[in-house]
Write a new protein. Structure first.
Lengths: 143, 143
DNA sequence: GTTATTGCAAAGAATTTGCATAATC
DNA sequence: GATTATGCAAATTCTTTGCAATAAC
């Protein structure tokens, strides 16, 4: 479950958080927490996965990175916090950037059922990453 | 991970699958698998959660229901398979219907980075469900 | 020196799976 | 009668948490 953004977050400059941020910013692949863990572990062999999750949370709250939850299972992270659109691979869940396109104009003044109060909206493209596109061609949709 | 839709699904008419479908169609609340389990268990006390997951998968493949994966953690299901838009509560992840609005027009002919191939898009509103709106007002964003 | 942060390991939540039994066609 | 589907329990996957030790300010 998501949480409301908290107000003030005490933040010390730690080597772990710095390396995690650098590694995430060094790639365009929108890695998952465990992928970031593997990346950062090359520089900090004693790093723990719990720390990765905690630091990614904190960097998200601080607005340094983006947390991408539009997938099914795994949360992915984006070192580029500037607004831009994403494609999600419908097969493996990987995320890609779509820099040319802009968020479609949407009227938020619509009526939701069941007493929901609308505040914003989310949009993403769906498609296939290069790897899964290959598999589809080979296997013809089977798996 | 998601899977490509399979081609032919042998399907026998079972009481479990029928009850699950009926219960899901009886509500507008977009319940999770375990919520559906609790609902259906009142009529089928020996029902198991594994069966609920398997039947929900199968009903999804058959196009009888919708699987909603736009949340962070829990998958939710919609007994109304007709195309319509949703609001997701940013606090608790619950889903509501937005029947008036239509999917914003989008140009799918855009260039994705990293070799992704765009096939479609997804859109949903975000906001607060009635319960979480109350909490926000009381606690003023704290939690 | 105080307090945030870490590593570790264990707990949690959501979902999937193996397998013998039961039900459907 | 053959085979799909079920119940049960154990296994997986992803994420969170408690706590003593450590590091930042």
């Amino acid at each position: 479950l998501e949480t409301f953004s908290t107000i003030a977050i005490p933040q010390r400059q730690t080597r772990q958080r710095q390396v995690i941020l650098e590694e995430l910013r060094a790639v365009t692949s929108h890695p998952s927490a465990s992928e970031i863990y593997e990346m950062a572990r090359k520089r900090l062999p004693r790093l723990s996965l719990g720390t990765v999750y905690r630091d990614l949370d904190q960097l998200t709250e601080a607005g340094e990175i983006l947390r991408l939850t539009g997938n099914g299972r795994q949360t992915r992270y984006d070192g580029n916090a500037a607004p831009h659109l994403h494609v999600r691979c419908i097969h493996c869940g990987r995320i890609g950037d779509v820099n040319g396109a802009t968020m479609p104009k949407t009227d938020l003044d619509v009526q939701a059922a069941d007493g929901f109060h609308i505040l914003g909206c989310e949009f993403q493209f769906t498609g296939l990453c290069p790897d899964c596109a290959d598999i589809e061609h080979l296997g013809d949709g089977q798996n």
